[in-house]
Design a protein around this ligand. Structure first.
Ligand code: MTE
Ligand code: MO
Length: 390
């Protein structure tokens, strides 16, 4: 099978990481999911400039080469789109109908945003930092063209791991992932990490843009009524990548493999259930277990008897947060973090068909069966005749 992203929409590209092919900790750039609201702009790094202005002592402009010459920092981190898994929700919600693969894990390298903000000098009253991409377009409920823009609260903007990323897995950013420069906010949903950066502005009041307050928000009921929350840190989540929903497994021992992540925290534990959540067993965590990063895990399911089963995985973070069993409808089609059952069948292995429609294999079996049933009496006949009769 060719290794490539799974296209959800072709233009602009929205595509998934092929999770069933994940075998390592880091997702190769060519397989790393892409989420584009508008057509990706082609920016010439030689002509490109980044300017920081707004609530600062001095506004400064950098060329791409200037930025490459500044001290770098590298962070391994998982990025998930806040709408990842939306197609599994019922009732259906509007938005890109993602399967499970709007998530990936990479090594991100760049200049800490803090360093540039310190060079500009923040004025008293600085509250948020606004990031504007060079891409623009319209949405059905916003017919006026607008750029893709998001803001970060000052504490996260000043966190030493928040980067202006130039590289992904050691390579200069490619166009799909935001070349030449993108913001990278580890532990937060992908929407925070603005691609194709054009402009940064320090604000003294909250940003109210379309992708900040109209989209990418959830709701919560409080004693003061229902409030709107801007999507930020990623939730605790797991994904079973092998077997796949609908797979036919053999009797005996089967290997269940998956991924788990916990936003700004590390994964502490993954539990697996083969009986729809009645009982749980601890999965084995494989490889690094680090803040921001996903962890691979495996569970050896022993003594599986013929039948139909519902597999579940549930992650707990180092801070003690646990994945919920049900989806919270107030999440409005974002933050899809519930434990999703994966139905599988276990049967004694006779012959399995790669696909139900494999007629050649089916005909082969029917013929083999017919031949078997015809041959026996023929053999007996032959024996009688060879034996010279009774
Ligand atoms: N300029 C710009 N930045 C953007 C977006 C976009 O459409 N335009 N999409 C955001 C969303 S919703 C996600 S999930 C991530 C996806 O990053 P990727 O395409 O590199 O995987 O980019 C974010 N940054
Ligand atoms: Mo996203």
């Amino acid at each position: 099978m060719p290794e490539q992203r799974k296209i959800v929409t072709a233009a602009p590209e929205n595509s998934e990481t092929p999770l069933d092919q994940v075998r390592g900790w880091v997702t190769p750039n060519s397989l790393f999911f892409v989420r584009n609201h508008f057509n990706p702009p082609a920016l010439d790094p030689a002509a490109w400039r980044l300017r920081i202005d707004g609530c600062v002592e001095r506004s400064i402009e950098w060329s791409f080469d200037d930025l490459l010459g500044l001290p770098e920092r590298t962070v391994f981190a998982t990025v998930e789109c806040a709408g990842n898994g939306r197609s599994f929700l019922g009732p259906r919600v509007p938005g890109v109908p993602w399967g499970a693969g709007a998530v990936g894990h990479a090594e991100w390298t760049g200049v800490p945003l803090r360093l540039l903000l310190e060079r500009c000098g923040l004025k008293a009253g600085a509250l948020e930092v606004l990031f504007e991409g060079a891409d623009q377009g319209t949405e059905p409920d916003h017919p006026e063209p607008m750029p893709f823009a998001r803001s970060l609260p000052l504490p996260k903007a000043l966190h030493p791991d928040t980067l202006l990323a130039t590289r992904m897995n050691g390579e200069l950013l490619n166009q799909a992932h935001g070349a030449p420069l993108r913001l990278f906010v580890p532990g937060w949903y992908g929407v925070a990490s603005v691609k194709w950066l054009k402009r940064i502005e320090v604000l003294d009041k909250p940003f109210r843009g379309y992708f900040q307050t109209k989209k990418y928000t959830t709701q919560r009921d409080t004693e003061h009524g229902r409030i709107t929350i801007i999507v930020g840190p990623m939730a605790v989540k797991s994904e079973i990548i092998r077997p796949k929903a609908g797979d036919l497994l053999g009797v005996g021992t089967n290997r269940v493999v998956g991924l788990a992540w916990a936003g700004e925290e590390a994964v502490a534990k993954v539990d697996v259930s083969t009986d729809g959540g009645r009982s749980w067993s601890k999965a084995e965590l494989m490889g690094p277990q680090a803040a921001y990063s996903w962890t691979l895990w495996e569970y050896l399911w022993e003594n599986a008897e013929p039948g139909t089963y519902s597999l579940l995985a549930r992650t707990t973070s180092t801070g003690g947060r646990m994945q919920p069993m049900e989806y919270d409808a107030l999440n409005l089609g974002y933050q899809i973090d519930f434990c999703r059952p994966i139905p599988v069948r276990v049967a004694a292995a006779t012959r399995t068909y790669a696909e139900i429609g494999n007629l050649d294999a089916l005909l082969f079996d029917i013929n083999a069966y017919a031949e078997e049933n015809v041959r026996m009496p023929l053999d007996v006949d032959a024996q009688y005749s060879a034996g010279g009769g009774i």
